[in-house]
Design a protein around this ligand. Sequence first.
Ligand code: ADP
Ligand code: ADP
Length: 229
Amino acid sequence: MAAISLQNVVKRYGVGPKANQVIHGVNAEIADGEFIVIVGPSGCGKSTLLRMVAGLEDISSGTIAIGPRVVNDLEPAERDIAMVFQNYALYPHMSVFDNMAYGLKIAKVPKDEIQARVHKAAKILELGHLLARKPRELSGGQRQRVAMGRAIVRQPQVFLFDEPLSNLDAKLRAQTRIEIQKLHRELGITSLFVTHDQVEAMTLAQRMIVMNAGRMDQFGTPEEVYHTP
Ligand code: ADP
Ligand code: ADP
């Protein structure tokens, strides 16, 4: 069974004659544990596609399933996903620990379970010594790791990354890319990663979805995508 299944997914913004169709029937089956990059130029619909998987946008028609469940009508919190954004706004008044724990507290996860999950994530991300700090006392790279920690502690079935590296400088971008690869090696969580950067896509992708004007042009390994005539 696919970890994520997209069947004839269509998105229109607006209704009637003025409707603008931005996703034209995307089909994709993503296997458990795969790291998939959605790549394509600005405005091609990458973010819209990801946000539909997240439940942040309604789909106009088609079906999205995560694991065995069709999620079309489920709220984001019910979808067993965690999302990492470009703007990883941390709560400035909260410690690193509390920033990572916050979503779990809201979800009423028991305290000892929260402790265990935050410490495990902190270990993976090498944040263990920084748990008592406030975001302003961290470097940009450390902040980005806290943002990833916040996603990891949810123990989601799927990670969704929306251009998480695009606000970082070149050095930090490279470091964080390695961090994300390490995370995927250790946790093996099915991931959808959106970027407009082809180098980033080739480095991270096990398979890539190449979008163009709302359509899926290609879906394959980087070798397949770049060596097809
Ligand atoms: P990408 O992530 O590839 O840059 P987007 O998914 O953000 O592309 O956008 C795809 C298309 O949908 C663009 O033409 C964009 O203008 C349009 N679009 C995105 N969000 C909205 C919205 N809320 N209302 C109307 N059109 C939108
Ligand atoms: P509260 O009931 O006030 O929300 P908790 O009992 O969850 O607090 O934990 C007390 C506080 O101690 C947490 O809010 C957190 O800031 C901090 N804390 C807990 N464990 C650690 C830790 N291992 N490292 C740093 N801070 C921690």
